[in-house]
Design a protein around this ligand. Structure first.
Ligand SMILES: Nc1nc2c(ncn2[C@@H]2O[C@H](COP(=O)(O)OP(=O)(O)OP(=O)(O)O)[C@@H](O)[C@H]2O)c(=O)[nH]1
Ligand SMILES: [Mg+2]
Ligand SMILES: [Zn+2]
Length: 301
């Protein structure tokens, strides 16, 4: 509890954690209770995981007065070239992929590159192991394993692999991210059994998941960890990465980048590019290199 000198009318500042956006309001958790809060108008956008100071503005209603310093932040692009914070104080991102729907590796590489640049730990979760795993998927995943990305193989349906995953989630704040329908909420349901996370079946015809989770939500695990289940849209993107940072975000490029002939090498058709040479020599996986090129094009050349 902090006593404010400036606003005697609302002298009691309490600390809380933002656990979700609810309509126009923000759910803040304090002492096992959840208070619906409005942020002060001048405040920058509040993110799930933010630690905030709030005051009671009406019975059962609060006002967020300030956001405490963040130790990390995931953001996504918003209108007017702006960046919108989506999750704060994150220690680890777990990118969930599944046997189905078909894995979008461009999205995976994007998540990995962002985490490499934000000093946030990142690992993969392969879900739906109760279904047969196509060889092409196994082969692509092997590349990530060789790059020392940890892959947790689980089935939310049978529960296999989940006790091990729960251990990896302990004593830290983690985010589950990934395409719609891969099973983020289903995994959350098993790991946080007292939370009734809505799940929906994938539409049989399109194999596209419906966006069952509409807002990132923070849950507590009984082993001291916090888990944020996020919606199946890109909750963070290349928002504030430039081209150099994207290249650094491909961790296997790092030993080659300094050997490129030009400092501003785009690692594309440039003369003397060591990264491209490494991809052609098989020292860098061609699929990863090609996705890098695709992402740089997406960034505008
Ligand atoms: N066979 C199988 N199906 C699963 C498994 N885990 C989840 N599903 C199914 O996959 C579908 C999508 O699961 P969700 O947990 O809603 O997926 P999500 O990633 O949270 O999706 P969004 O909230 O839309 O991002 C549901 O029909 C689940 O029953 C699994 O381990 N095996
Ligand atoms: Mg979900
Ligand atoms: Zn180069």
């Amino acid at each position: 509890m902090v006593v404010s000198k400036e606003s005697p009318a609302s002298a009691l500042f309490e600390e809380g954690v933002v656990i979700a956006h609810v309509g126009q309001g923000i759910a803040v958790e304090h002492d096992d209770k959840i208070i619906l809060c409005q942020p002060l108008r001048k405040l920058e956008t509040v993110a799930v995981g933010d630690k905030v100071l709030w005051t009671l503005s009406a019975p059962g209603q609060g006002r967020i007065e300030s956001i405490l310093p963040r130790r990390s932040l995931l953001a996504r692009p918003a209108r007017n070239n702006k960046i919108r914070p989506v999750a704060a104080n994150i220690d680890a991102v777990f990118v969930v992929i599944a046997v189905e729907p078909y894995c979008d590796f461009l999205l995976i590489d994007q998540y990995l590159a962002v985490c490499e640049n934000s000093q946030i730990n990142v690992a993969l979760i392969l879900n739906k192991l109760d279904l047969p795993v196509p060889e092409a998927l196994e082969n692509e995943l092997r590349i990530y394993q060789e790059l020392s990305y940890q892959i947790h193989k689980v089935s939310a349906k049978t529960g296999s692999g989940l006790p091990e995953l729960k251990l990896a989630l302990q004593k830290q704040t983690s985010v589950l991210t990934g395409q719609s329908g891969v099973g983020k909420s289903s995994i959350t349901n098993v790991i946080v059994p007292d939370k009734n996370v809505r799940t929906n079946s994938i539409s049989e015809t399109t194999k596209h998941g419906r966006h069952t989770t509409t807002a990132a939500t923070l849950y507590h695990i009984d082993n001291g960890g916090d888990l944020i289940d996020s919606p199946g849209v890109a909750i963070f993107g290349l928002a504030d990465l430039n081209r150099q940072q994207l290249a650094q975000g491909y961790r296997e490029f790092q030993p080659f980048i300094d050997n490129c002939q030009f400092n501003d090498c785009s690692h594309h058709q440039d003369k003397g590019c060591a990264v491209r040479a490494a991809a052609e020599d098989g020292k860098i996986a061609m699929t990863r290199y090609q996705r890098f090129l695709k992402l740089t094009q997406k960034m505008g050349g």
